[in-house]
Ligand binder design. Structure first.
Ligand code: SF4
Length: 221
C-alpha cells in the first residue's frame, strides 16, 4: 500500500468517518469556500450565521444586496470588503453560467468547470477545488496549508511543490473517487487542528510511528 493510502487509512481509523464539509447546502459550501480564505472557520461560521439569520443565503438574494451591506454581514470572516467583491463575482458566475445552481458544475466536464471557476475574480485553485469537490462531488483533491504541513513533516512529498503537482500526486496515489478525496481532506484538516498544529503535539499523535519529524524528535507515545 502506498504512503498516501496508508495515511488515509490510519487517519480514518484514528478519527472515524467525518462526513465533512461543515455546511448544510451546496451554495453555503461555495460561500464558505470564499469566506474561509485567510481566516479560521470560526469567523466564517459567524458570517454565514449572519447571512442565514437575515434569510439571505441564496444566489439571487446576495446578488441583489448592495456590496456595502454584504460586507457588513460577512465582517466576522475578516477581509470583508475584498470577500464581498469575491462573493459577488462568484455569484455572478453561478447565476450566469450555472443557472443559479452551483451543483450544475457536475454537468460540465471537470476541467471546463475548473477553468471557468479559476477565471472568477478571487477564486484560486484551493477555493475552486473545494467548490468542485464539496459542492459538486467531482473527483479533485484539495490542497491547503494543512496538507502541505503534514506531507512535509511525514516526508512523503515535498511541501513546496506547485499546487497542481501536489494535487496530482495525491490523486494518482488514491482510488479516483470523490468520496475518498472528500473524506481524506477532512481527515487532514482535523488531524492538523487537533495534533499536527504549528507547534505539533506529537506525543499523542495517532500516526507518530509513520512520521519522520516526530521520530526525529525522539518523541515517545
Ligand atoms: S508526529 Fe507530530 S509532526 Fe508528525 S504528524 Fe504527528 S503531530 Fe504531526
Amino acid at each position: 500500500m502506498n504512503e498516501f493510502l496508508q495515511l488515509y487509512k490510519r487517519l480514518l481509523s484514528a478519527q472515524g468517518q467525518l462526513n465533512w464539509w461543515p455546511a448544510t447546502e451546496p451554495f453555503e459550501v461555495a460561500v464558505g469556500a470564499i469566506l474561509t480564505q485567510n481566516t479560521s472557520w470560526t469567523g466564517v461560521e459567524a458570517a454565514i450565521a449572519n447571512l442565514k439569520a437575515a434569510d439571505l443565503m441564496t444566489p439571487a438574494k446576495i446578488a441583489d444586496l448592495p456590496i456595502e451591506e454584504l460586507a457588513r454581514y460577512i465582517r466576522p470572516s475578516g477581509y470583508f470588503n475584498i470577500k464581498a467583491k469575491r462573493l459577488k463575482s462568484l455569484i455572478k458566475f453561478i447565476i450566469g453560467d450555472l443557472d443559479g445552481d452551483v451543483t450544475n458544475l457536475a454537468n460540465m466536464p471537470l476541467h471546463h468547470g475548473r477553468k471557468a471557476l479559476l477565471a472568477v475574480n478571487g477564486v484560486g485553485p484551493e477555493t475552486a477545488d473545494s467548490i468542485l469537490l464539496y459542492c459538486a462531488n467531482l473527483p479533485i483533491f484539495v490542497i491547503d496549508a494543512y496538507t502541505r504541513r503534514l506531507v512535509g513533516r511525514l516526508e512523503i512529498a515535498d511541501p513546496t511543490l506547485p499546487y497542481d503537482e501536489l494535487r496530482i500526486l495525491f490523486e494518482s496515489n488514491l482510488p479516483y473517487m470523490p468520496e475518498i478525496f472528500n473524506e481524506f481532506h477532512a481527515q487532514i484538516v482535523i488531524h492538523c487542528k487537533n495534533s499536527c498544529k504549528k507547534q505539533p503535539l506529537c506525543a499523542n499523535c495517532p500516526i507518530l510511528d509513520m512520521c519522520a519529524y516526530g521520530t526525529r524528535q525522539g518523541v515517545k507515545q
